[in-house]
Ligand binder design. Structure first.
Ligand code: ADP
Ligand code: MG
Length: 227
């Protein structure tokens, strides 16, 4: 088994705008090891979300490879890719992307149902994940009945419930006030540490980036290491 939970090799992504080639990612190299916390910063439009989508296998690179553990994801069929993604990665976004008609418990159990785990097995795990993020008292609330910070905590529980080896978080605190953002970040780090999960965090919050073990910056399509 590879010591890396996530790797990008010579990754490039461009878009075509009319006849014009717009390069977004150029020859990106990235290796994330088990349990590591890595921050990616960069100006708006620098390609952070594009990179996350390519790493998540939601967008295909024009060149290069993405590996989840030892798995080169370009070798997967579409259905296999979905299953492998569900096993390797958890996601937290700037907006919670919870399903409005489901309560917190069902939203968190959803990735387990997708794995065909029976309800009787999935529910206690979802409950534990909600309890880990301090939301045990809100399990039957729907997203509309929760505050912004609470929704993000439910979204975090949903990312953790499958015990992935790596969490990809794209501006998870971008929509929260300072205090709630700090609390969310502390929770994210402590839960990743407790479960030995790596964290790849996109943020434009320098104070949060500095608290990660590694800091990288996207600039003109290149991923630079910050001291
Ligand atoms: P960030 O997350 O750092 O703000 P994005 O990854 O969203 O940046 O976008 C990077 C660049 O790629 C932007 O210039 C954006 O306009 C361009 N881009 C993103 N998606 C597309 C697309 N589907 N088609 C064309 N250009 C795109
Ligand atoms: Mg973005």
């Amino acid at each position: 088994m590879s010591e890396w939970v996530l790797q990008a090799r010579h990754l490039s992504r461009h878009y075509l705008q009319g006849q014009q080639l717009v390069p977004v990612l150029q020859d990106i190299e990235l290796q994330v090891s088990a349990g590591q916390t890595v921050a990616i910063t960069g100006a708006s439009g620098s390609g952070k979300s594009t990179l996350m989508h390519v790493l998540a296998g939601l967008d295909a690179p024009n060149q290069g490879q993405v590996l989840w553990g030892d798995l080169d994801i370009s070798s997967c069929s579409a259905s296999e890719l979905g299953q492998q993604r569900n096993r390797h990665l958890g996601f937290v976004y700037q907006f919670h992307h919870l399903l409005s008609e489901l309560d917190a418990l069902d939203n968190v159990a959803l990735p387990l149902w997708i794995r065909r785990m029976p309800m009787a097995q999935a529910q206690p795990l979802a409950l534990q994940a909600l309890s880990d993020v301090g939301m045990a008292q809100r399990i039957h609330h729907r997203p509309a009945e929760l505050s912004g910070g609470e929704r993000q905590r439910v979204a975090l529980a949903r990312a953790l419930v499958t015990q992935p080896r790596c969490i990809l978080a794209d501006e998870p605190t971008g929509n929260l006030d300072r205090e709630t953002a700090d609390h969310m970040f502390d929770l994210l780090c402590s839960l990743c540490q407790r479960h030995g999960m790596a964290l790849l965090l996109v943020t434009h919050d320098e104070s949060l980036a500095r608290r990660c073990e590694r800091r990288l910056q996207l600039q003109r399509g290149r991923l630079l290491t910050l001291a």
